[in-house]
Design a protein around this ligand. Structure first.
Ligand code: PMT
Length: 396
C-alpha cells in the first residue's frame, strides 16, 4: 500500500508468545516499502531471535540502551528522531504499565518517552491479565495520553484459555498502520458498499452467479474505513476476510442485498455499488433438488430490483457511486449508465481486466467528464477512487 512507502517505523517487540507474529508484521511492512527498525526487549528475545528480525527488516536489531553503534550513546533519542511511528507489538501487560507510568528503564520504553511521533500498542496477554483492573487502568491512561491501542482480539489463547487478550493478526495490524497514514477524507461520513456476486437459487443446490471475487469492493471498504468513514459492507458470497474496522453483512441473492442495503442506509452519506448483481433470478426456486429427466429444460427468469437506481431515487439519497463492467465501448455504456441510473459518479472497467483479478484499470465518469486511472492493484485504485469521491463530496 502506498501510504507506507518510505515511512520509518520502529517496531517494539516485547516478551509474549505473539512475538512470532511480529516477524510476519515486519515482512508485510517491508514489502510495502516501509523502513522497519526493530527494538527487541530482553523478554522478546526469549521468543524470537534478533537474527529473524534482522533478516526480515534488513537492519540490525536494537536491544540495548547503551548500544555502542550510536556514536553519541543517545540511541533513545537518535532512533526515534526521524521515525514516523512507533508500534509495540506484542505489548505485554508489563510494558503497558511501564509506558502508562512514564517509566524508561530500557531502550524501548525510553524511546517511547523520548518521541515526537505517534505511538501505537497491540496488547497480547492472558485474558485475566487483560481484564485485571491494573491493566485496564494502564489502557485508560495510555488512551488518555494519546496512544492508540489496537485490539486485543478474543479467541483461544496460547495458555489454552479463551477470551480477550490475543494480539491482532499481523495482516490486521498492517492494515491499521496503513490506515494511520491515510488522510481522513471521509471522517464523520457513513458509507454503505455492496461487493461480490449475488447467487440466485434455482433449487437447494444450484444457482445463477458470476465470477466477481469481491476484491474491488473489499478494497474500497478497507480504504473508506482507513479514510475515517463508518463502513457497512453488504457482501455477496466471497472468500475474503472482512477489512479491519468494517461492519459486514453477508447476503446471497439480489433481493437479500437490496433489503440489507436499505436496512443500513439510515444516515448514510455515500452508497457505492460495486457488486455484480444478477439482473434476473429464477421465477420460482424449486424447494427440492431438481431431478434429471433427459428432456430439455426451460428456466423462467424475472427481473431483480436495481439496488443502485433505487437508492439514487430516494428523496434524500446519499451520494451514489456506481460501477459499470463492460466488454466493449466503455465510454458509451458507462456514461450511459451514469445518466440512466441518475448517479453523480460511476467507475467503468472492462470485464476482461476486472473480474476476479488483483489488478484493474478504470475510468471515473462524473459531470465534469472522464478521468482515466492507470492500471494498478485494486487497493491502489481504491485509493484513487476515494480521493476522487472525497473531492466531489466536498464540492457537493
Ligand atoms: O469483484 P471483483 O472480482 O473485484 O470484480 C470487480 C467488478 C468487476 C465486479 C467491479 O469492478 C464492477 O464493475 N462492478 C459492477 C458490475 C456490473 O456488472 O455492474 P452493472 O453494469 O450490471 O451495474 C451497474 C451498477 O448498478 C453497478 O454499480 C451495480 O452494482 C448496480 N446494480 C446492477 C444491477 C442491480 N440489479 N442492482 C444494482 O445495484
Amino acid at each position: 500500500m502506498g501510504e507506507l512507502k518510505g515511512k520509518k517505523i520502529i517496531l517494539g517487540v516485547t516478551g509474549g508468545v505473539a512475538a512470532y507474529k511480529a516477524a510476519e508484521l515486519t515482512r508485510l511492512l517491508v514489502k510495502a516499502g516501509a523502513s522497519v527498525h526493530v527494538v527487541l526487549t530482553e523478554g522478546g528475545a526469549h521468543f524470537v531471535t534478533p537474527v529473524t528480525f534482522q533478516a526480515l527488516s534488513g537492519h540490525r536489531v536494537w536491544a540495548d540502551l547503551w548500544d555502542p553503534r550510536m556514536g553519541n550513546n543517545m540511541a533513545h533519542i537518535d532512533l526515534s528522531r526521524d521515525a514516523d511511528l512507533i508500534v509495540v507489538a506484542p505489548a505485554t501487560a508489563d510494558v503497558m504499565a511501564r509506558l502508562a507510568q512514564g517509566q524508561c528503564d530500557d531502550l524501548l520504553t525510553t524511546l517511547c518517552l523520548a518521541r515526537d511521533c505517534p505511538l501505537l500498542v497491540a496488547p497480547a496477554m492472558n485474558r485475566q491479565m487483560w481484564e485485571h483492573p491494573a491493566t485496564q487502568r494502564s489502557v485508560a491512561q495510555l488512551v488518555g495520553d494519546g496512544v492508540t491501542v489496537l485490539g486485543p482480539d478474543a479467541g483461544e489463547q496460547a495458555c489454552g484459555e479463551v477470551g480477550y487478550g490475543r494480539m491482532l493478526e499481523p495482516e490486521v495490524l498492517y492494515e491499521a498502520l496503513a490506515a494511520h497514514f491515510q488522510p481522513k477524507r471521509l471522517a464523520g461520513r457513513k458509507v454503505v458498499i455492496t461487493a461480490g456476486p449475488t447467487f440466485e437459487a434455482i433449487d437447494p443446490v444450484r444457482g445463477i452467479t458470476n465470477s466477481s471475487s469481491g476484491k474491488m469492493g473489499y478494497a474500497l471498504a478497507r480504504v473508506c474505513a482507513q479514510a475515517g468513514a463508518e463502513v457497512v459492507l453488504v457482501s455477496g458470497p466471497v472468500a475474503l476476510p472482512t477489512p479491519y474496522g468494517v461492519a459486514r453483512v453477508d447476503v446471497a441473492s439480489a433481493q437479500q442485498m437490496h433489503a440489507a442495503v436499505f436496512a443500513n442506509l439510515d444516515a448514510a452519506d455515500v452508497f457505492i455499488g460495486v457488486a455484480a448483481v444478477a439482473d434476473y433470478r429464477p421465477a420460482d426456486a424449486a424447494e427440492h433438488k431438481l431431478k434429471k429427466s433427459g428432456e430439455a429444460m426451460t428456466l423462467s427468469l424475472v427481473p431483480n430490483p436495481d439496488i443502485l437506481a433505487d437508492v439514487a431515487a430516494l428523496p434524500n439519497a446519499p451520494f451514489c457511486v456506481g460501477f459499470a463492467a463492460e466488454s466493449r465501448d466503455l465510454d458509451t455504456y458507462a456514461e450511459g449508465k451514469r445518466r440512466n441510473k441518475k448517479v453523480p459518479m460511476i467507475v467503468g472497467n472492462l470485464v476482461q481486466d476486472a473480474l476476479g483479478s488483483d489488478d484493474n484499470q478504470v475510468v471515473i465518469y462524473d459531470a465534469a467528464g472522464r478521468h482515466p486511472v492507470p492500471r494498478g492493484a485494486k487497493d491502489a485504485l481504491a485509493l484513487r477512487i476515494v480521493e476522487h469521491l472525497g473531492r466531489l463530496l466536498v464540492a457537493a
